[in-house]
Design a protein around this ligand. Structure first.
Ligand code: NAP
Length: 656
């Protein structure tokens, strides 16, 4: 397997094999100071063909999310760097020629080396696919003559949305030679990263994993990129793969109707100028996201507020907040990024937080990728791939059992769901207390009274609590009673002056595909079928809605690891297999058998109800529906979902 570069050939053809370099020893030594030493040691195995790099005492101590050095001591790292320099110099002097690639067994050993523990054999194929060590895109679609050109030509697919998932759908459909249109209401690609431009908006999955697996990732300037860089990334990828030619921006899908007679969809569009239009489609892929439609709370007097007010995902950049009194309502993942970013620029910042949030430490959260690490990603063979593995593995959901409620654990105080969860509460609470020093008033406000991980976890390098400590910042945990012309009044009668209000109040997570009107077979309306309980087989296909596929659909949001881009790659691989099944066998439509869908939904409910996110102590959570049940999150280990979405089982479907 593994390398398209034959021994003795130059570094060509494999985008992950590293670009040849001629830097002098001093420059290389300087770069090595910036790298992840564990990933470097794996790269050296490729570069020298010698597995002893990962068989010495210089090895990772533990695999922990966002610790790129895996607990190695400074001495061990220094020695590894010293050893690496002559090997890299020799590689350079030899013309950057790679030896034969490592065997699959050795690659597995490298995974276990970075994981600091044996990686179970059954999950190796998933990581192997994600690593793309052979330089090919394993998910690339290569349909053959089994699908006649006229069948492809008649197979127009409409993709709704051009965020990361819609863009991926475009890439795969183009590879398959299927005519398609991506309809996007925004003026450009990026989805959530197009919408969310608030100060401080950045991703909180490591950027080297929060990107397409098949694309090199040596360009990121921060370990956790900000919205501008993410937008630029999606724009670049869109153009590179020629998806832009198929995109209709500033166009909104308002409805989609399935026609029983023709077996095709009519997709209703509203253009930017208000005109309407209907597209005919053989299949529809919804890639509209799940955290997309702002949730604006109903607060008494909101309309009486005299100053500007806006939702965090609709940040009004024409409003100059500097020197003003800013009221921030909501402090989940968005508000918690906004507060520390604007704190020094506003006169006062009042943060109204209904529920305290768990935050865990991440020293790399605001860190630039140093030049040396970027050099290594660009030049050291497969270093970037192993860095990706390092980012993926600890968050691969292999520890999902930690999220399960222990029925024998006394959770009557609502503070923890099992012993480990209780221990984690202690660690995270102490970390917060340590940052707050003498501010006991804040300690009482910021430590949540529900189990760790039960709501969306936040991570930070200390910016959030440092922001709250500032003299012009106040954290208010008392409920809002009403909004008045010049501020906000809480239920204890306190008035907080405000010139501007930002509603960082989240999204309508449970209202999948809203506000589109989707009508399926025999006039079934999707919203009626779902009510408050949206379900889809594997989160992708829905009975009564033939040839409709959801990306990031019900039950697929991730709270236990992975990345939504990885999740989309799984789902798109499944969707393409479903389309192949349709076209290759001359079927008109497919939809999941009701019994298959129902059995999956039952299994889903029984599983999710045992997990921390469903815990009774969590009263406010966008994961829960109005009845307190969960239809949003995936309870499945990530490798399991990966294997379920590898291929469609025709027995699960009704074909016409
Ligand atoms: P969120 O996590 O749902 O937080 C909304 C905030 O508004 C919470 O503090 C919530 O309080 C409060 N709120 C909602 N309705 C309210 C009401 N009626 N009265 C008072 N307070 C109210 O929303 P978000 O911060 O926009 O994040 C949503 C999701 O987007 C995240 O879970 C995450 O998946 C994603 N996101 C990711 C990133 C990132 O990757 N860095 C950044 C931003 C968002 P309660 O907690 O009491 O409900």
């Amino acid at each position: 397997m593994v390398s398209t570069r034959t021994p003795g050939s130059p570094a060509e053809g494999n985008p992950h094999a590293g670009q040849p370099f001629s830097d002098d020893d001093a420059a290389i030594a300087a770069a090595l100071e910036d790298v992840s030493v564990p990933a470097l040691l794996c790269s050296l195995v490729h570069l020298t063909g010698d597995p002893s790099w990962i068989r010495s005492g210089l090895r990772p101590v533990l695999s922990m999310l966002n610790d790129y050095q895996c607990g190695m001591t400074p001495e061990a790292k220094a020695e590894a760097r010293r050893n690496a320099l002559p090997a890299i110099a020799a590689f350079r002097d030899g013309g950057c020629v790679l030896p034969p690639p490592p065997s699959n067994e050795l690659v597995h050993e490298m995974m276990s080396f970075l994981a600091a523990a044996p990686v179970p054999t059954d999950v190796v194929p998933m990581f192997l696919e994600d690593l793309h060590l052979d330089g090919s895109d394993g998910g690339a679609v290569t349909w053959g003559a089994e699908i006649a050109p006229d069948a492809r030509a008649a197979a127009h697919v409409v993709v709704i949305g051009c965020g990361e998932a819609g863009l991926l759908a475009g890439i795969r459909l183009r590879q398959a030679g299927i005519p398609f249109t991506v309809v996007e209401k925004n003026a450009g690609p990026g989805g959530t990263w197009w919408d969310n431009r608030y100060p401080g908006a950045r991703v909180d999955i490591g950027s080297h994993f929060y990107c397409y697996s098949f694309e090199p990732a040596d360009h990121w300037t921060e370990y956790f990129s900000q919205h501008t860089e993410l937008r630029a990334y999606f724009d670049r990828v869109m153009r590179k793969y020629g998806v832009d030619e198929h995109c209709r921006f500033r166009t909104e899908v308002t409805a989609a109707n399935f026609d029983d007679a023709t077996g095709r969809w009519s997709v209703h569009l509203r253009n930017d100028d208000g005109s309407t239009e209907v597209l005919d489609a053989r299949a529809v892929i919804s890639a509209v996201g799940a955290l997309n439609q702002p949730n604006l709370p109903v607060l008494e007097g909101a309309e009486s507020f005299a100053g500007p007010s806006f939702h965090s995902a609709r940040w009004d950049h024409s409003v100059d907040y500097r020197g003003k009194n800013l009221a921030l309502i909501g402090a989940g993942a968005s508000g918690f990024q906004i507060a520390p970013t604007v704190a020094d620029e506003v006169a006062t910042l009042t943060v109204f937080q209904r529920t305290a949030q768990w935050v865990f430490p991440n020293a790399n959260y605001h860190r630039q990728v140093p030049d040396g690490d970027r050099w290594a990603m660009r030049h050291l063979p497969f270093y970037g791939r192993w860095f990706r593995f390092l980012t993926f593995y600890p968050g691969a959901g292999l520890t999902i059992e930690n999220s399960r409620i222990d029925p024998d654990f006394d959770d009557s105080d609502g503070l923890a769901i099992n012993e480990r969860n209780l221990m984690t509460r202690g660690i995270f609470s102490q970390w917060m207390v340590d940052q707050l020093g003498d501010r006991e008033d804040l300690v009482a406000k910021v430590i949540p009274n529900y189990p760790v991980t039960a709501k969306r976890m936040l991570q930070d390098n200390g910016s959030w609590l440092a922001g709250l400590r500032k003299p012009n910042v106040e954290l208010v945990r008392t409920e809002i009673e009403r909004i008045v012309e010049d501020g906000i009044v809480t239920t204890d009668g306190t008035f907080y002056p405000a010139d501007i209000i930002c509603y960082a109040t989240g999204f309508r997570h449970n209202d999948y595909l809203w506000p589109m009107e989707i009508t399926g077979r025999q006039g079934v309306v999707l919203r009626d079928q779902w009510g408050h309980e949206p379900t889809a087989y594997l989160g992708i296909t829905i009975p009564n809605f033939p040839n409709l596929f959801c990306l990031y659909g019900p039950g697929t949001n991730l709270a236990h690891g992975g990345s939504l881009i990885f999740q989309s790659e799984c789902q798109m691989s499944y969707v393409m297999d479903a389309l192949h099944e349709l076209f290759a066998h001359g079927h008109q439509t497919l939809e999941p058998k009701p019994e298959v869908h129902d059995a999956y939904s039952d299994r889903y409910q029984s599983e999710i109800a045992q997990m921390v996110w469903a815990h009774w102590s969590v009263t406010h959570s966008h994961y829960k529906n109005p009845d307190g049940r969960i239809f949003t999150l995936s309870p499945w280990p990530i490798p399991q979902y990966w294997s379920w979405t590898k291929a469609v089982d025709p027995d699960d479907y009704v074909f016409t």
